[in-house]
Design a protein around this ligand. Structure first.
Ligand SMILES: [Zn+2]
Length: 85
């Protein structure tokens, strides 16, 4: 995985912020494309999306504040692991 090649695309923090809009279907077509492109290249965000979806399944709704701190924590752990590779 070469993060340098993704410089023109959205970064992880942006992707994380777009997850809710993405799942609600309110992203513009352009943002959706960039978001999905990022997900394909980034296992961390793919995993994050999986966790958000799991949360929604349990709670039955999308509430960013319902995302437990440990979910975001887990994401940061993943990023750390990538950086160490
Ligand atoms: Zn990412």
């Amino acid at each position: 995985m070469k993060l340098t090649t993704l410089r023109r695309d959205i970064v992880c923090q942006q992707a994380v912020e777009l997850v809710t809009d993405y799942l609600e279907g309110t992203l513009s077509r352009r943002d959706t494309r960039r978001f999905e492109a990022h997900l394909e290249a980034c296992d961390g965000c793919e995993e994050y999306l999986r966790q958000v979806r799991a949360t929604i399944r349990v709670l039955g709704r999308i509430q960013p504040e319902d995302l437990a701190p440990e979910t975001r924590q887990g994401l940061m752990e993943l990023y750390r692991q990538f950086r160490e590779d």
